[in-house]
Design a protein around this ligand. Structure first.
Ligand code: NAG
Ligand code: NAG
Ligand code: NAG
Length: 299
């Protein structure tokens, strides 16, 4: 009996000291939407110029979830193995991560884990719950959480493809809101912060309708930054590398300013405290129990 109890205690103590690594409190950000989120900065004639500005440089504390669901050190182009049918260039993700990590006032420390999911040329209707893109996003987000950490936000830049038909533009606001709510539901994060980008221009004539929807969406913790005025590549379709740098900084600012209190990614700590507490209680109960036995033996 005593041996069994000791064994139980030892097993319990094992849980007290989980293999801890700094990755346990990874700050995870999901990047989704279409080409400007995927990144086309520095692309000319289907070739990336390979120019990586200082703000987009790799950093051992910035990881990305690869297409085969492994954490690897992140580097441009972030979406190279995700948005595979096109040439990818610089997007806002690396700038965002570097800016957030370098901010001295923010309590974001440790590791930033980026989960690239954007695919060029996709309409909002292709991101609806149950679609391939949606399932892919939710699947990658869940995989990202496997070895700890917490999802801090979704960065979303999409809508250009919905400016072409009047019907898509008219339905945009409803579809966008439903997408955000479904996603929060399936990620079990009802107030997941979402930072989206309002279009500067679009592929069709209904830009204003889509912008109105983006700027007018009235959901808690959904913030919008405006891409109006950012520079476009000579193709007039994509943001330049420099514009992507500006956009990444704008998104990082919006994120940093939205933090009401220092970010707490305490999931491991909470469970740690819980184990300490429950082990302590078990030991206490055990002592009382053993005490009783001893007393009974004496009597
Ligand atoms: C684009 O690249 C192709 C193949 O390298 C070349 O033949 C073509 O002249 C280039 N076009 C421009 C506009 O630079
Ligand atoms: C790439 O193209 C193939 C063939 O058209 C398609 O099945 C696949 O879904 C595309 N992948 C992406 C990420 O766009
Ligand atoms: C990229 O973003 C710019 C600025 O919002 C926009 O004008 C352009 O239409 C976007 N392009 C695509 C293909 O999404």
């Amino acid at each position: 009996m005593l041996a069994f109890v000791l064994l139980m205690l030892l097993a319990y103590a094992g849980l007290l000291f989980p293999t801890s690594s700094q990755d346990n409190n990874k700050n995870i950000f999901i990047l989704a939407g279409q080409s400007n989120m995927s990144g086309r900065g520095g692309i000319n004639n289907v070739t990336w110029d390979g120019v990586v500005p200082p703000q987009c440089q790799p950093n051992p504390a910035i990881l990305r979830l690869s297409s085969d669901l492994k954490w690897v050190e992140a580097s441009e182009p972030l979406h190279k193995d995700i948005d595979v049918n096109v040439t990818c260039g610089v997007g806002p993700g690396m700038v965002f991560a570097n800016t957030v990590l370098n901010n001295k006032d923010s309590s974001i420390g440790g590791v930033v884990g980026l989960v690239p999911c954007a695919i060029g040329g996709t309409k909002i209707s292709e991101w609806g719950r149950g679609s391939h893109l949606y399932n892919q996003l939710v699947g990658r987000a869940s995989a990202a959480l496997q070895d700890g950490g917490s999802i801090q936000a979704l960065l979303w830049y999409q809508g250009e493809s919905d400016t072409v038909s009047p019907e898509d533009a008219a339905l945009y606001k409803g579809r966008l809101g439903r997408f955000f709510m479904d996603l929060r539901d399936d990620l079990q994060s009802p107030l997941l912060p979402i930072f989206q980008v309002a279009l500067a221009s679009g592929l069709g004539p209904y830009i204003e309708k889509v912008r109105e929807a983006q700027l007018g969406i009235d959901l808690t913790n959904v913030k919008c930054v405006d891409a109006k005025g950012l520079q476009l590549e000579p193709d007039h379709v994509h943001l330049t590398t420099q514009a992507e740098v500006q956009l990444g900084e704008m998104l990082a600012d919006a994120f940093l300013h939205s933090l009401p209190t220092p970010i707490q990614s305490t999931a491991p700590k909470t469970s740690h405290n819980f184990f300490i507490f429950s082990t302590f209680s078990i030991v206490l109960i055990m002592f009382r129990y053993l005490n009783l036995i001893v007393e009974q033996d004496i009597i």
